[in-house]
Design a protein around this ligand. Structure first.
Ligand SMILES: [Zn+2]
Length: 456
């Protein structure tokens, strides 16, 4: 039998919790109604994509994007907007990438894109036989066959992972380290099968890094159709040669900026909640999903709080990070300065997984605290979020987590279509659905409201 007094306490706690849930569900509905009827995120994204376009770190478009960010944050109602300076690398593609395969008398063109940070081939290009390598283990076994050849990494994006980010983590090492590992054994260039399930032939670029111990050979991505064609031709004719001409080069560092806007907290102004995405994108597309979507959703969180008159207890700071794609200098600088200024970073949330239908959030947070906030989930279900998962965050806020121990989280949208467009020419505004984008912002704002109100 429960003791009478205990029972009363439990009952009143339940009532209190029930009341809080009801009050919160009313507030979250208010947030959702405002975003779904008066949302600015989609129009903000259109302006970023269509008036700025691709905005790689160090490019003239990077500065245009920074101005767009300042203006958009001001229009959203930020109390204060400023730029945080950081040095960013400046890599340029230097013109159109060209490639073809010569099979006896026939020439078939190949659609390739230089990988970010890669060197180019030089004006004459490179013509060489190709060795198809399916894994790093195979590269080790066949290293004596590599000298003088182009290594083509044909590692497939694994279809058995249901969440495509797992396929990406599994395959991305070939893009990142493949060129240097091939150069170690005398390869003259590296081609990489694109990391995608897409049915089209777009090559998917992305950052690579050189190991300074080996020659810095050029590296480029190939779309899936051309990858399969290459394999077919080489299976029939091992002497077929591939020609590549790329013009890329690293120019050196230049000055870039994180664009920051905030609403000052009413009770705990020194406790900062950071919400962000990265402002840079690859040069060959509009960077709509990656990560224009994350930027406009983050700005929308600030705008909706202003729009419905919600005054957060803690300082809400929106950060559009510089140079995530090929250096992470913006995220690194933000955490360095936070540490130097002894700022209290209470929580950080990133959206950098595309503007698709939200499904959940992933948290990098102590297990007991995650368990506690899972009680909030019923409030999110009406807006399509069903999961609070252990593990998550974002590349730009990872330095906050590692240097200051800040709890971080990432929005987890449906991942099935993300790698169709990721780092490809097809990542354009038209690929983003207004409702899906807005629902992501609704859930982000709801999460920030709950964290600000109840703490973690
Ligand atoms: Zn991204």
């Amino acid at each position: 039998m429960i003791h009478c007094k205990c029972f009363t306490i439990i009952l009143s706690l339940c009532c209190l919790f029930g009341f809080a849930q009801q009050e919160d569900s009313v507030m979250i509905k208010k947030i959702a109604d405002e975003i779904l009827s008066n949302g600015r995120a989609y129009e903000d994204l259109r302006l970023l994509c269509k008036t700025v376009g691709g905005r790689l770190a160090g490019s003239p478009q990077m500065y245009k994007a920074e101005s767009w960010g300042q203006k958009t944050l001001q229009n959203a109602g930020a109390d204060k907007v400023w730029l945080q300076q950081c040095q960013v690398p400046r890599w340029t593609r230097g013109g159109k990438d060209e490639a073809h395969i010569s099979d006896q008398s026939k020439k078939q063109s190949l659609d390739i894109l230089s990988l970010g940070n890669s060197n180019g081939t030089g004006l004459k290009g490179i013509m060489a036989p190709v060795i198809v390598i399916n894994s790093f283990e195979e590269l080790e076994q066949r290293k004596s066959e590599v000298p003088g050849k182009i290594v083509f990494y044909n590692y497939k994006f694994n279809p058995l992972f249901v969440k495509t980010f797992h396929s990406y983590s599994d395959a991305v090492k070939y893009r990142g380290a493949g060129a240097s590992r091939a150069a170690k054994y005398g390869a003259v260039a590296a081609l990489i099968r694109s990391m995608t399930h897409a049915a089209d032939n777009n090559p998917h670029t992305g950052a690579m890094n050189y190991n300074d111990s080996f020659p810095k050979i050029p590296a480029a991505a190939v779309g899936l159709k051309d990858s399969d064609m290459l394999i077919d031709i080489l299976a029939k004719n091992k002497t077929a040669q591939v020609f590549i001409k790329t013009n890329a080069r690293m120019i050196g560092d230049t000055t870039g900026h994180n664009v920051i806007g905030e609403i000052r907290g009413s009770e705990f102004p020194d406790e900062i909640i950071t919400i962000g995405g990265h402002l840079d994108s690859w040069d060959t597309a509009e960077g709509a999903h990656d990560d224009g979507a994350g930027c406009v959703q983050s700005i929308e969180v600030l705008r909706v709080f202003k729009g419905i008159g919600y005054k957060p207890k803690r300082t809400i700071r929106i950060v559009l990070f510089a140079n995530e794609e090929n250096g992470l200098r913006g995220g690194t600088k933000y955490a360095e300065e936070a540490k130097a200024k002894n700022e209290k970073h209470y929580f950080a949330l990133e959206s950098d997984a595309g503007g698709f239908t939200p499904r959940g959030f992933g948290f990098n947070l102590a297990a007991d605290r995650l368990q506690r906030i899972k009680q909030w989930l019923p409030l999110f279900v009406p807006y399509g979020v069903y999961e609070f998962n252990a593990g998550g965050g974002g590349a730009d806020i990872a330095p906050l987590s590692s240097t200051l121990g800040t709890p971080v989280a990432g929005l987890q949208p449906d991942s099935q279509r993300y790698f169709d467009i990721h780092h490809a020419r097809s990542d354009v505004f038209e690929a983003v659905n207004k409702r899906e984008l807005e629902l992501g912002a609704v859930n982000m704002a709801a999460l920030i409201y709950m964290v600000d109100k109840y703490g973690l």
